[in-house]
Design a protein around this ligand. Structure first.
Ligand SMILES: Cc1cc2nc3c(=O)[nH]c(=O)nc-3n(C[C@H](O)[C@H](O)[C@H](O)COP(=O)(O)O)c2cc1C
Ligand SMILES: [Fe+2]
Ligand SMILES: [Fe+2]
Length: 409
């Protein structure tokens, strides 16, 4: 048997240490990483998270040194990404009766990814608990840390937080506890935060609020060091680094409209930005344009949203005149987004986007959001069919809040 690693009472590390310099999220992990999985050998034995998809066989071997996998009753999956759920297909196969515990979206994704449609799942929501015979697990949803379906698991009796990607570090360490490390682990811990968590900093703040209410002695994440010394310091690092820094940010929403639908979009975007304390100026451009005043407004804004509805395949009102003019301005520090209401094709929105790309502004599109945050529910440029529906209104406000976070982050 390998050296036993006891994490808490009756709780064992059954992970895998990966010394390879593997590519991960457009970086090479120079120091490798670990995939930490935990076995809570209670009356209803429970596994929390698994290992990377490449090491399923080794994972089952490690687990089998502590328990016959058939005895496992619960498999908690905090996060679906295959560096943690990758051992699930093999484990589910060995632990035939084990119930999989995860979030609603997590269950949906796991079923699709590993063909587990016939498995029993327990869907948990924020604050739900599960008795595993001698220990109580409590779950908290932590969306986008690292992907949308993610949650964390707290063991009440051990005051232990199983945080998956959160509070991790990418180091293939054999000294799994932070107090055993000869080096200061802070640079690795902060480097990981910057790469994986910082793009989702508003969600980090939401998570911190939940975690602050818990009495925590130990944080057992799914990569790198298990934190059992100075635990609060590591929570404070996340809190400090994810606080919004940009104050007094300004946005300009400039648009033209025929029947008021694009004006409604502008107003809902304004509401979402205001919720993030961003000052918004709205300009409805008709035909008589005060170009000097408009240029002044553009210069003092950090974010500019240009909108128009589509009329016979084209932009309406005087927006195009402004778009031609701004090509000659230096707007390199500014973010820009195109939007508009349309009926069936919405050419104006795309033409505006082309104009914006011809300036030196940073034009925000869906592709940018996916690459920087992994969020694929923000559709940019913003296109709304006719009059915004209830669903459109919610989306518009959500989009504006997300863009707002980008601006103040
Ligand atoms: C005269 C006219 C022409 C239109 N041409 C187009 C078009 O070419 N493509 C399209 O997607 N929608 C077209 N529409 C639909 C409008 O873009 C749609 O009604 C939109 O909601 C109007 O927004 P607004 O109230 O902000 O002007 C047209 C509407 C009108 C009245
Ligand atoms: Fe992840
Ligand atoms: Fe991960």
């Amino acid at each position: 048997m390998k050296k036993e690693i006891l994490v808490a009472d009756k709780t064992y590390w059954i992970g895998y240490i990966d010394n390879r310099n593997v590519p991960f999220h457009r970086l090479i992990l120079e120091k490798g990483t670990t995939y930490n999985s935990y076995l809570l050998k209670t009356e209803k034995p429970t596994v929390i998270d698994t290992v990377d998809i490449s090491f399923g066989r080794q994972f089952i071997e490690s687990l089998s040194e502590y328990i016959n996998p058939q005895e496992i009753e619960y498999i908690v999956i905090n996060h679906v990404e295959p560096d943690h759920s990758g051992g699930l297909p093999l484990l589910a196969n060995k632990a035939k009766n084990a119930v999989i515990v995860t979030t609603e979206l997590g269950a949906k994704e796991l079923k699709d990814m590993y063909k587990l449609h016939n498995r029993e799942f327990i869907i948990v929501k924020d604050g739900d608990t599960l008795d595993i015979g001698g220990k109580t697990l409590k779950f908290f949803e932590t969306p986008y840390l690292h992907t949308e379906e993610t949650m964390i698991t707290y063991c009440v009796e051990d005051k232990a937080l199983y945080s998956c990607d959160i509070f991790s570090s990418h180091v293939a360490t054999y000294d799994l506890f932070n107090d055993l490390s000869k080096d200061d682990i802070t640079p690795d811990f902060e480097g990981y935060y910057k790469l994986i968590m910082h793009p989702h900093r508003p969600y980090v703040q939401d998570m911190i609020k939940k975690v602050r209410k818990l009495d925590i002695n130990l944080i057992a994440p799914s990569h790198g060091y298990i934190l059992r010394e100075n635990v609060k310091t590591f929570i404070d690092i996340y809190d400090e680094k994810s606080k919004p820094v940009g104050k007094n940010k300004k946005a300009l929403i400039i648009y033209s409209t025929m029947t008021g639908n694009t004006k409604k979009i502008a107003n809902y975007l304004s509401i979402g930005l205001n919720e993030k304390d961003i000052d918004v100026e709205l300009i409805n451009v008709k035909t008589d344009i005060d170009m000097k005043k408009i240029k002044e407004s553009i210069e003092k804004s950090d974010l500019i949203l240009f909108g128009s509805s589509t009329r016979y395949g084209d932009i309406v009102g005087g927006i195009e005149e402004i778009l031609k003019e701004i090509k000659h301005m230096n707007l390199s520090s500014k973010l820009a987004i195109a939007f508009g209401s349309y009926g069936w094709s919405g050419e104006a929105i795309e033409v505006i986007n082309d104009y914006l790309k011809d300036t030196n502004m940073n034009v925000i599109e869906s592709s940018y959001m996916i690459k920087t945050t992994g969020m694929n529910d923000i559709m940019l440029p913003i296109r709304v069919k006719f009059n915004p529906s209830e669903n459109d209104i919610e989306n518009l406000k959500h989009t504006a809040r997300t863009i707002g976070d980008l601006l103040i982050g």
